[in-house]
Design a protein around this ligand. Structure first.
Ligand code: HEM
Length: 474
């Protein structure tokens, strides 16, 4: 082949690549591909998306409409915006032969937690079923009782009687200690004292480490903390034999991958619920009227909540602490993940567009939760909006709220998460006088996945306000 022909051949390949990659041709069926927000050569929109994903997506939507594709290094992400019911139908309940949750989260399960692709997709359904049953309504009374005992212990050992402290640290530590003991068991928790610290380091680097094509050797703190976490879990998971999490390892059945599986479960248990409990407390503290309503409710309910005679069923908790639960739901509306993700397995139709095989199909819970037609004054914290509707605080997540995902793969920890945050919030307000010391921090703008973290610290002042049997040390 002459040199000229060779150059022509390369140019032809390049043009074919550009046409396919950028969707300049319509699909075979004649339906157009969605418009593309191209960004810069090679890195696409990585910089803008990475800086403030929500703002970037809202700007794209204004420019391109309800369906558009964003190019990121190694990833094409097609976003769809629509009323809740339409999104539930097309995204959460779409045909499994067309879109896949498992393939969508593989960049996390495999690249971050180190699970093998094959094992994960084979075992995924049974894992989900096992966890859903272990954390289901039937077990809540027992789990809730243990949570309360652990919270009371943390008030003695972590909070103390009176102090000023960083609210994020206080709530994260309290909730994490309690949920670890409840889900992984006391023996496992006692054997793993370094787990919390290593997890904080790991979680700080989580999102960067999920970036495709970014080599992990550049992220030394991430690699070190993950190694330590996996070592701790490998050595100690035998102690979790009597805990709910053990059912998961039985469903998985492959010893070699169990530590990675349990690290995934630990991340799911800790990461989102901790931030959610922080924002719930901070939002209530920042609004005097809301705080007064919460205080009235907890004064009435907490004596019963702390009585050993009460069976803490799901219905009991939500019917005795409805307003506190609406505060949690409203917090989860405001702080929801910017992106939820699936992978397109075969070309699929959404409205007039064809979405390509291989694209990540995405919705934005954070953007949907800010639709002013559904949520007037959408940036404000207004728990009354849900109370007026009368929808059960937990059932809101089957209607207009997407914080826990949806369809078959909906978060299996939803009920447990709601219960643990409601109980912690109620007890903090019942047992302490709490005040904000710092202004409310902004949410971390650059975070795309999971409940938003605060962008800076926020101190609270708290003072123990009552006598309680068994709490003499305080
Ligand atoms: C406020 C707290 C929480 C939030 C906002 C949250 C949110 C989510 C979301 C959005 C998903 C993906 C669902 C989808 O895309 O359809 C998910 C999956 C998951 N969540 Fe949660 N979650 C929370 C708490 C928990 C807790 C406490 C646990 C366990 C104790 C848990 C366990 C899991 C697991 C294991 C999965 C993966 C399911 C799978 O692989 O199919 N989550 N969660």
């Amino acid at each position: 082949m002459s040199f000229g022909l060779f150059v022509l051949f390369i140019l032809l390949l390049f043009v074919i690549y550009l046409v396919r990659h950028n969707g300049w041709l319509g699909s075979k069926a004649g339906h157009p591909y969605p418009p593309i927000c191209k960004g810069l050569p090679l890195i696409g929109s990585a910089l803008e998306f990475g800086k403030n994903p929500l703002k970037f997506l809202q700007a794209c939507r204004q420019r391109y409409g309800d369906v558009f594709t964003v190019l990121l290094p190694g990833r094409r992400m097609t976003f769809i915006f629509a009323p809740a019911q339409e999104l539930r139908q097309s995204f959460f309940n779409g045909s499994p032969s067309l879109i896949s949750f498992t393939a969508g989260v593989e960049p996390f399960t495999c690249r971050i937690f180190g699970m093998s692709k094959k094992d994960f997709s084979l075992a995924h359904r049974s894992l989900l079923t096992a966890l859903r049953s272990e954390l289901g309504a039937k077990h809540i009374p027992q789990l809730a009782q243990k949570l309360i005992n652990q919270y009371l212990l943390s008030f003695r050992t972590v909070w103390g009687k009176e102090s000023e402290g960083d609210a994020y640290h206080l709530l994260t530590k309290t909730l994490s200690d309690a949920s670890l003991r409840v889900i992984f068991g006391d023996e496992f928790a006692n054997a793993s004292p370094s787990l919390f610290k290593d997890f904080v380091d790991f979680d700080d680097w989580f999102e960067l480490a999920a970036t495709p094509m970014l080599p992990h050797f550049l992220l030394r703190p991430f690699v070190t903390s993950r190694k330590r976490l996996l070592e701790t879990i490998s050595q100690n998971w035998k102690y979790a034999k009597n805990a709910p999490i053990y059912k998961l390892t039985e469903a998985y059945g492959n010893d070699g991958n169990v530590p990675s599986l349990l690290l995934t479960a630990l991340w799911a248990t800790w990461s989102n619920a901790s931030s959610a409990s922080f924002w719930t407390l901070i939002h209530i503290l920042a609004d005097e009227k809301v705080k007064v309503k919460v205080l009235a409710e907890v004064e009435q309910t907490c004596p019963l909540l702390l009585s050993s005679k009460t069976e803490l069923s799901v219905e009991w908790i939500f019917s005795h602490l409805p307003f506190t639960a609406y505060c949690v739901s409203e917090t989860l509306r405001l702080c929801a993940s910017v992106v939820d993700i699936r992978k397109v397995l075969e070309p699929m139709q959404f409205r007039e567009f064809t979405i390509r095989k291989g694209d990540y199909l995405c919705i934005s819970p954070a953007a949907s939760h800010r639709e002013t037609t559904v949520f007037p004054k959408s940036e404000d914290f207004v728990p009354d909006r849900f109370q007026k509707l009368g929808t059960h605080p937990n059932a809101l997540f089957d209607k207009d709220l997407f914080t826990f995902g949806g369809g078959f793969y909906k978060c299996p920890g939803q009920l447990f998460a709601m219960v643990e945050i409601v109980l912690l919030t109620a007890l903090v307000f019942y047992l302490y006088d709490v005040q904000l010391v710092d202004p409310i921090p902004k949410m971390k703008e650059s975070q795309a996945v999971g409940i938003k973290r605060p962008s800076c610290s926020c101190r609270i002042y708290y003072l123990w306000k009552r006598r309680l049997a068994g709490m003499e040390v305080i």
